[in-house]
Every structure is written in structure tokens, then in C-alpha cells.
Design a protein around this ligand. Structure first.
Ligand code: LMR
Length: 404
């Protein structure tokens, strides 16, 4: 036994993570009928988180082609950067032509947010970060860990299950200058409620005439309406030449969660400004994790740059998107069939992986304890984890708890 006092003696036990902690509890649950609607991962009709066929093929090709395991630059592979930029902004973007966009690979969307947060903290230490109410459980914790204060602007109205656009606009218009505003551009996590195109046009106008700093979180491209339509808001900001940060991710769209493949991009006002931003973001990366991992990014770059592989990816992505939409429909129908009178039809109007069931915490706990049905405390459900085999069980449990 050590004689010296432990430097860790006063380290308190942290609470479980509100999302990842649920998966730990779910994994430890011995009940075979349990269902995990907690974490945001897409599961296929058999309940598996798939490895896409196109990813398997690209991995084989990359395996044969890879010549070294030496370090990548802080920025990531050049082909990956080019493909990410085209996917975000469209291949014909004038900003790309002008060299005004900076992109670096990052370890997933979360890594991109954190690199962006660390970068911003250096230049805007007094700014507050404004997030939607509600937002992804990890957003506030992440920006606070980078040293920022966080506040929220109105977004989801639980009465209407829809957007509080007037409240959102009013608050954002009144924000102090140089506030950092986090925007989800599609498949809002956790509500599934997005702005319409006209509403985005209004938002762009607000930002165009302000000196706010937009930080766009774009983790679900292709899971809402499609690769191109989901990029509408990003491209509207770009076309209006509004300087901003964009975090993006291939965790969902390529089902590459554990490979941690994301990117952080900056839209700047000139090539020269872009060079300065890049030089600083490289330093932020260097002092965080030095340089990014290679495998996932090379696979994504290979698929996106090969027309045949890309077509197959688009098909598999559409398959995931359409299945989620079918599950939304089936969920609403099945609840109706089970005699649930409460109106859940709003779930069919929402997009992406998540929706709120609109349940109080005691119901959420009951579902977890009595039925092994896991959702976050806010009653966020991952619709992408529903399938034809578990939908009956999910709806029976809900019918018991909310009543018929
Ligand atoms: C989620 O919201 O469940 C996902 O984005 C996974 C995560 O890291 O929280």
C-alpha cells in the first residue's frame, strides 16, 4: 500500500453522462426485451448499427492502397478536405474558388465543436454562447469546458410541438454584439423541428446585418430531406457571405460513429484572412491532439471522390433516411391502434433521428424501470432505433404509461 497521500483523494464522483450513461445502464440491463431509444445511433431493421456496404468496400480498397502510417498534417488528408467542402457548400461555390473557406478534419462533430470553441475563446473570451432551448445535452457542457458562459434562445414550443420562431428571432435580434450563436441547420437534436427555408432566409438577414458569430452545427446531412436540401441553410449563410464556423460529421451519414470523422470549417472574408485563421486553428489542434486519425477520413474521401462509390453511398443513406421516416409513421399508427388517445401525429412532421415523446420525468423513469425502455430524461427518443420487431413493445409500454 502506498504511504503517500493520494492526489485523487478529493476527486468527487461525476454523474453519469445524460446520453452515454444511458447506454451503460442499458448494456447492464439483463432484460431481453429492453430497447435503447437513448443514444443517437441509426439501427437497421434488425436492430444493428450497420457498417455500410460501401464503407466495407472502401476500407478494402484503402487497405490495399495505404503505404504509410506516418503522421497526417494537423489539417487532415487534402482529398478529405476538398470533399467535405464540396458537400457543405456545393462543388461550384464561389467562396471555394476564392480560397475563403478553411476546413480541418476533426475527431467527430464533437471534436469540431471543441476545436471551434477553443479557437473562439482566444479571440472572444468575454462572449456568451447562445444555444437553442432545448439543445443537445453536450453543447453547454462542451462550451463551458472551453471557458464560455452559455445562455439559451427560445426554439421548441412543447405546447405546439413546433418552432417558436418569433421568440427565436426576438432573442437573437437583441443579443449583445459578438455573441456566439449556435444553430442546428437540420434534424434539430433533440426535437426534430427545423426552420423552413423562408425562416432561414429571415435568419440570414438578421445575421447579415449584425456582428453576431454564427456557429453552425451540421451533424445530420442527408438524414432530413437529402444531401442537397439539408445543406440549404449552410449555403444560404455562405451565399450571403456571413463569416461563420461550421462543425460537420460523418458519424451518422456514413455510420462511422467510432471512427470519429468530422470537420470544422470557417467561412472568412478573404483568402488572406483564411490563411491567418488556418494558421491559428492548426495551433489549436496541435495543442489538443496534435493531428487527426487517418482511417475514417480516408474512407470517406475515397467514397466521395469515386462516382460509383458515391452513388452507392447516396443510396444507402437514402435507405436510412427513408426507414426513419417509415418508423415515424409506424410509431404514430401503432399508438393509435393500441388505443392511445393522446395526439402523437407531430412525430410524423419532424425530421431526423430524434423527437420528444413529451413525457414528464416520472413517466420516463417508469418506462426505464418497468419496461427497460430507455430515453433521455427530457423524453427524447431516438426514432432511428425503432423497427418492426420492437415497435409493438415500445407502443405497449407507452400506452400503459400515458393511458388509452
Ligand atoms: C446523441 O445526441 O445521442 C448523439 O449525438 C451521440 C452523442 O454523442 O451524444
Amino acid at each position: 500500500m502506498s504511504a503517500s497521500p493520494s492526489p485523487f483523494a478529493d476527486v468527487p464522483l461525476a454523474p453519469a453522462d445524460p446520453i452515454l450513461g444511458l447506454t451503460e445502464a442499458y448494456n447492464a440491463d439483463p432484460r431481453p426485451e429492453k430497447v435503447n431509444l437513448g443514444v443517437g445511433v441509426y439501427q437497421d431493421e434488425s436492430g444493428k448499427v450497420p457498417v455500410l456496404n460501401v464503407v466495407r468496400e472502401a476500407e478494402e480498397r484503402w487497405h490495399d492502397r495505404e503505404e504509410t502510417k506516418s503522421y497526417l498534417s494537423q489539417v487532415g488528408p487534402p482529398s478529405y478536405i476538398t470533399e467535405v467542402q464540396k458537400l457543405l457548400l456545393g462543388p461550384d461555390s464561389l467562396l471555394l474558388n476564392d480560397g475563403r473557406v478553411v476546413t480541418v478534419q476533426a475527431p467527430g462533430g464533437t471534436g469540431a465543436l471543441r476545436v471551434g470553441a477553443d479557437f473562439l475563446k482566444k479571440y472572444y473570451p468575454e462572449s456568451t454562447v447562445w444555444v437553442s432551448s432545448p439543445t443537445w445535452e453536450n453543447h453547454c457542457a462542451l462550451f463551458e469546458a472551453a471557458g464560455f458562459r452559455t445562455e439559451s434562445y427560445p426554439y421548441y414550443n412543447p405546447e405546439t410541438h413546433d418552432l417558436d420562431f418569433e421568440g427565436m428571432k426576438r432573442t437573437i435580434r437583441g443579443l449583445p454584439s459578438q455573441s456566439i450563436v449556435l444553430l442546428h441547420v437540420c434534424c434539430h437534436n433533440p426535437s426534430g423541428v427545423d426552420l423552413s427555408r423562408d425562416q432561414w432566409r429571415e435568419m440570414v438577414e438578421i445575421f447579415r446585418t449584425s456582428d453576431l458569430i454564427p456557429f453552425i452545427d451540421f451533424a445530420y446531412q442527408g438524414f432530413g430531406e437529402g444531401i442537397e436540401p439539408d445543406a440549404f441553410a449552410v449555403r444560404a449563410f455562405a451565399e450571403a457571405e456571413i463569416p461563420c464556423l461550421i462543425s460537420s460529421s460523418f458519424s451518422k451519414s456514413f455510420s462511422l460513429y467510432r471512427e470519429r470523422v468530422g470537420a470544422l470549417s470557417f467561412i472568412t472574408t478573404s483568402r488572406e484572412e483564411a490563411e491567418r485563421v488556418l494558421s491559428q486553428v492548426k495551433r489549436t489542434i496541435r495543442t489538443n491532439y496534435s493531428n487527426p486519425p487517418s482511417h475514417g477520413a480516408q474512407v470517406v474521401a475515397l467514397v466521395l471522390s469515386d462516382p460509383a462509390l458515391r452513388a452507392r453511398w447516396e443510396e444507402e443513406l437514402a435507405g436510412m433516411r427513408n426507414r426513419i421516416q417509415e418508423m415515424r409513421h409506424l410509431f404514430v399508427e401503432t399508438l393509435r391502434e393500441k388505443g392511445v388517445k393522446r395526439d402523437f401525429s407531430f412525430i410524423e412532421r419532424q425530421k431526423g433521428m430524434f423527437s420528444f415523446a413529451g413525457l414528464p420525468l416520472e413517466d420516463v423513469r417508469q418506462l426505464r424501470d418497468r419496461y427497460g425502455l430507455y430515453m433521455t430524461d427530457s423524453s427524447r427518443m431516438c426514432v432511428a432505433a425503432m423497427n418492426e420487431r420492437n415497435i409493438g413493445y415500445i407502443c405497449d409500454a407507452l400506452a400503459e404509461v400515458v393511458g388509452t
